[in-house]
Design a protein around this ligand. Sequence first.
Ligand code: FES
Length: 155
Amino acid sequence: MTRIKELVKEQAEKHGRERTSLMPILQAVVRSEHYLSEEAMIAIAEELDLSTADVFGTASFYTFLDTVHRGKYIIRVCKTITCHMKGKDEIIRTISDILKIKLGETTTDSRFSLLQANCLGWCHKGPVMLINDEVYPEITPEKTSEIINEYLKKK
Ligand code: FES
């Protein structure tokens, strides 16, 4: 049995094999692998007795469930109206300049991916950025570059 199949089986045992278990299993796989490979989606479909189209459809509907390989640190900048008006473009430009990647790209060392996200629910404190599960509200280009530079020092 492959490592992915084992992971999926383990998660199915933990969350159950009902349709409602699909979401927590997908999230657990993304947490562990940083994305959902085709192999993982097929394994989940088999384990929960769903069609692969069903699993793929759910995964691609939610932007948080990546179906392409991403970096260790996934940076998501909110692109929704409030954050847009509060300067999210400048934030993205700052990150792009430091990491030398454009939106949707991953650094060549696979450490950082830069993405946009829909409203993160922190509109009153925009612009907002998320790095993996960590929320960074009220960021400025200066604050952003400090944060990114801190991450660059991490392993
Ligand atoms: S608009 Fe950005 S968090 Fe809501």
